[in-house]
Design a protein around this ligand. Sequence first.
Ligand code: AMP
Ligand code: ZN
Length: 492
Amino acid sequence: MELYKTNQLKIYNSLSKSKEIFKPLIEGKVGMYVCGPTVYSNVHLGNVRTFMSFDMIFRYLKHLGYKVRYVRNITDAGHLENDADAGEDRIAKKARLEEIEPMEVVQRYTVDFHETLQTINNLPPSIEPTATGHIVEQIEIIKDIIEKGFAYVENGSVYFDVLKYNEKEHYGILSGRNIEDSIHNTRELDGQSEKKNPQDFALWKKADERHIMRWPSPWSNGFPGWHLECSAMSTKYLGETFDIHGGGMDLKFPHHECEIAQSKVNNGVYPVNYWMHANMLILNGQKMAKSTGNYILPNEIFSGDNKILSKAFSPSATRFFMLQANYRSILDFTSAGLEASEKGYIKLMEALSGLDKIETSKTSSIAINAWKQKCYDAMNDDFNTPVLIAHLFEAVKFVNLLLDKKESISVEDLATLKSTFNAFVFDVLGLKNELQEDSSDKLSGVVEMLIAMRKDARDNKDWAMSDKIRDELAILGIQLKDGKEGTTFSVN
Ligand code: AMP
Ligand code: ZN
C-alpha cells in the first residue's frame, strides 16, 4: 500500500497562512509548479537553496508514493531588470554587453543551472518548459483577458487592469497587501506612464528598437510580461487548478500575486490549492542576491575559492547545511555553520556504514518502530527537515550503542532501521555517501597500482610474482582480466 494512505501530510499554505492537511485534486497524483531561474547569470547559492528545498519536497512526495508531475520553467525572455515592468530585458542586456546572441546567454546559463543542480544532487523536474517556447499560449491568454475587459492596450503594449480586478477580487490575497496601501507606496517608475495606474502590470510590452528579443502579436512586435509565462505554462501542463505552486519568498509579490490575477480572469478559477514559499539565504546580514554583489557561487564552495570560506566543502555537506534549517526559515550562510554541518554529515555517513556490522539478537532493547514514526511525523509536519535530522542523529546513537553491544536489536528491527535510515538520508534528503565514493576512488587507485606492478613482473618474466598478485586479489574478491587493451578489474 502506498505510504500516502497512512501518512497525513500537512503543508503550510502561504495563502491561508496556516498548515493544512494535504489533499491532492486527484488521489495519488500531485501537480507541482515551481518558478525556475532567469538564465542570465550563474545561479548563486541562494537560488540553489530554493530549488533544493523544492527538490526535497518533490522527493518526499515521491517517497510517499504519489505520482508527481513537477514542472519548473526556464525564464529565457520577458524578465526585465526592474520587476515592475521597467528597464531592459535581463537576458538581452547581458547579450548586448557581451556581444553575443541572447540565446547564447540562455544556453550558457541553462547549462550552468543544470550542472549545478546535478552536482548538489537535485532530481530533474518532469517537464522544464521555456517562456520563449510558449509565446503563442501567452498571446492567447492576453487576447482572452482583453476580451473579458481586464486588460487594455496602450501604444502597442498591453496592461492588466489591477483596479478593475480588485473591484470584485482581492489583488493582494497572497501577499496580504491591499491596493489602497500600494497606491500610497508605489513610486512612479520609468516607463510606467503608459499605465492607467502604477499597480497595473504588463502582459505584453512593445519592443523598442534596441530590443533583440521580439515576437509578432496583434498589438506590436514585442515580448510577454514576466508574470504571464508561469500562468501559461502551469495551465498548459497542470490544468486550470493544480495542487502546489512554489518559489522563493521574494516571488510572492508581485510575481505570484499577478499569476493569480491573470489565471483567475483567464480561467475563472483560482489556479493553485497550496502556495509554498521557501525562505531566503542570507549573507553578511543581507539577502544573497546577484544584483547587489552579495552572493557566493556553489563552485566557490566546492573549490574553497572564496575568502569567506575556511576551506572547500563538498556538495553533500553543503546540501546537509541547508537542510538543517527549515525551508521556511531564513538561513544565515557562514563558513563556521558549514564546518559544523560537515562534521554532522560525516557522523551520519559513518553510522550508515556501521549498519552492516551490527549483530542481531532475539529481541530489541530499542523501540525502532516508534523512532521510524517520529521520522515520518517530522516530514509530515510541513517537511520539517531539522526535526527529521535530529531523529537521524538519534539513529546514529543507536548504531554506536549497538556496535558497542550496549543495546540489542532483532533481525526484523535491524531491517527497519536500515531501510528507514537509508530512505530518509538518500532518497528524501538526497544526500550522497561521498565518504564511500572517496574510498572506492582510493581502492581503484591501489588496484591500478598493483596491475602496473604485475605488468612489470611479467615484463621481467617473474611469473610467480605476477600470479601471486592476481591470486591474492582474487581472494579479496577482485578479479583481473587480461585483454588486448591491457588489464581491467572487477570487484565482486
Ligand atoms: P531568479 O532567477 O532571480 O528568478 O531566482 C530564482 C529563484 O531563486 C527564485 O525562486 C527566487 O525566489 C530564489 N532566490 C533568489 N535569491 C534567493 C536567496 N537569497 N535565497 C533563497 N532563494 C533565493
Ligand atoms: Zn513564476
